[in-house]
Design a protein around this ligand. Sequence first.
Ligand code: G3P
Length: 217
Amino acid sequence: MRIYIDSANLEEIQQAADFGIIDGVTTNPSLIAKEGRDHHDQIRAICGILDGDISAEVVSTDTEGMVAEGRDLAKIHDSVVVKIPLIRDGIKAVGRLASEGIRTNVTLCFSPLQALLAAKAGAYLISPFIGRLDDLSQDGMDLVREIVKIYDNYGYSTQVLAASARGPLHVKEAALAGAHVCTLPYKVFDKVFDHPLTEIGLEKFLADYRRSMMVHA
Ligand code: G3P
């Protein structure tokens, strides 16, 4: 499973990139707004940090506007994947952009049938939002499982990107469900490293080593 960082913060992205295991970045207008910089400048800067898919979202809501914005975003860097909301005009824009060789990430997906439409339109990625469904006491991971199953049934090439992950359990379940990608806020990525038995085990190994060195000193 590929791991993306869900952030527009350059320091966080650099910190994550330094591990050498991050495959991309997802942004959205809310994340970029937090950084207080021009949208395109921020995307350009992110592309300079990491070699991988960098999702950048359009803010138009009509097909022509989304296609025009998508073309502009795609010109920033080859890594850019244009994020398009799952609305009627968005589905039309996905097909238009796909015919020009521009990859899209269809976002704000909350149902398996929405995901079917995105695949038929030629989306490169579909982003089901797990956490936001969990917040409404619906099992967000069921949506990921259903999309994976539907795409497998018909051999769609659209890849499933589990988004809106809130903790390590989401990451594990996304991997078990067969999601191609999971995008994580930096704080969730950081938690995935930890297990108390790793810390305890390492302390014991090092204490035993120090003791044995004292015996042989
Ligand atoms: O970037 C899309 C998605 O991951 C947003 O997550 O936490 O705002 O529901 P969240």
